[in-house]
Design a protein around this ligand. Structure first.
Ligand code: THU
Length: 132
């Protein structure tokens, strides 16, 4: 398992290189391990209409979901930050849609912070609320 985490971190750093960030120049990478054992990566993709920017975490999650995956084991997020990067609120809500999996936040010099989705977004709005 330790080896898998190392692989996820490496893949997230590699994905970060593809970040399209002409506006912020802040590059983020993500790597998502599914329960089926596959890895989907993501980077942030910005837009001249700033609000259309999609974060690395959501790109990785949407890539996985679009391939039929819905059960996630671990999401690694890496950023050029001094302390482990902290995902935005929108990404936390998107993560919480798919359960309480492990999230490993990583700084530029590989400081790690391991949390669960529920730690990042307690008391989230859940799909169960929509069921009658
Ligand atoms: N960003 C991410 O991709 N993930 C995060 O966890 C934080 C923010 C991106 C969005 C935008 O392209 C840039 O970082 C600056 O906010």
């Amino acid at each position: 398992m330790k080896k898998k985490i190392e692989e996820l971190i490496q893949k997230a750093f590699k994905a970060k290189e593809n970040a399209y960030t002409p506006y912020s120049n802040f590059k983020v990478g993500a790597a998502l391990l599914t329960k089926s054992g596959k890895i989907y990566t993501g980077c942030n993709v910005e837009n001249a209409s700033y609000g259309l920017t999609c974060c690395a975490e959501r790109v990785a999650i949407f890539k996985a979901v679009s391939e039929g995956e819905r059960e996630f084991d671990t999401l690694v997020v890496v950023g050029d930050t001094d302390e482990p990067i902290s995902p935005c609120g929108a990404c936390r809500q998107v993560m919480s849609e798919f359960g309480d999996f492990e999230v490993i936040l990583v700084s530029k010099d590989r400081k790690l912070k391991k949390v669960k989705v529920k730690d990042l977004l307690p008391y989230s709005f859940e799909k169960e609320n929509l069921k009658k």
